[in-house]
Design a binder for this molecule. Sequence first.
Ligand code: AMP
Ligand code: GLY
Length: 430
Amino acid sequence: MRILVIGSGGREHALTRALTASEHTTAVFAAPGNPGTAQVATNLDVAADDFDGLVEHVRTRDIDLTIVGPEQPLVDGIVDRFEEEGLDIVGPTAAAARLEGSKAFADEFMDEHGIPTADFEIFRADESDEAAAYLDEVGAPIVVKASGLAGGKGAYVCTTLDEAHAALSEIVTDRAFGAAGDQVVVEEYLEGEEASVFALTDGEHYVVLPPSQDHKPLGEGDTGPNTGGMGAYAPAPVVNGSALTEVCRRIIEPTLAGMQAAGTPYRGLLYCGLMMTEEGPKVVEYNCRFGDPEAQVVLPLVESDLVEVFQKLVEGRMREATLHAAPGACACVVLASDGYPTAYDTGFEITGIDDAEALEAVSVVHAGTARSDDGTLVTDGGRVLGVTATGEDLPAALDRAYDGVDAIQFSGKTFRRDIGEKGLRRLQAS
Ligand code: AMP
Ligand code: GLY
């Protein structure tokens, strides 16, 4: 099989690596890819939003199967386009990707289908007075979100009413997220530990991947601004066996059944962003693609042949699919640029990746890197690298990942030293 991965970040590097490992794979392409994917795949000079260009490459290069990394092309209908062209692709249609593309849609859908989530109210941008009055009525803590795609920045978790009013005016008055702020969702603040559970589904049947935990805040102890994710590990003990069963029964299955009943079956990867509350797991957000950096820790734990699973998915044969997880654990520490997630400089030379990868069970994914004119590897994004390691258990995986972190150098290298600590505490307590 000749396989294309659309996207250019750490998630896509992890996907190209995992696909390369399948015995069914004869060639892997990445569009546009990055210097990491170039080591295991052929990078194609075509952007993730250039649907015509992507279709043309798939045809001229005889690509059998396409996997979509990021959410924007999914929300914009890349799957609909490929299906019109008769091309196999893994991902939801635009109608199904609304579960991520519109938080208002997702909240109303969950309400209709009794799927556990936060209490919420939805307001149009021209109803800001009503939204403000609602904030006063409920009080803090409270969560204010732009409904549309906002690159992970549109959710404000507010501990005071002043913060909540400021968030509301950033979204509706300053239009900080443009049309993504045409609707505002105000949500009850959910307390608990977060986790990510991914299901691969043909719309009816599904397999779940090992539960993982991201670290969204920039600072240690979960402080500072939210980022795309500063590290992850899997399996996450907070979603133990019985909690995972509850996630399947109360969240994944009713989600698939509800989308099917609505005539917009959900095919692809369903990402359930969860808060594990005292009342059980509740959905914080759905995403319509693999998490980043969660993919980096989940994929190395998949022992089953991923290409076979994807093939069954596009053929509507997920009933026959199984997914075996490897024993042990996987951890990923993200190395970011100083100043991320706001302003940062790029173009700094990166050294030591080979030394890191020479360590046992350590691999490094490229997230924001580039080659300078003379071929030097340099920083080219907020999240630069993900240092990933497997181990017999979580402590072993974390030790190895941090040894890898120490081997890599670039100016402004920024990372959290406490990735996986919540998991370690849970393991010690059990
Ligand atoms: P979202 O953009 O919806 O994924 O939200 C980003 C982050 O904000 C989540 O990962 C949570 O850490 C936090 N968050 C979102 N919604 C809630 C909520 N209702 N209660 C508590 N925290 C939330
Ligand atoms: N790591 C969070 C996400 O992929 O949305």
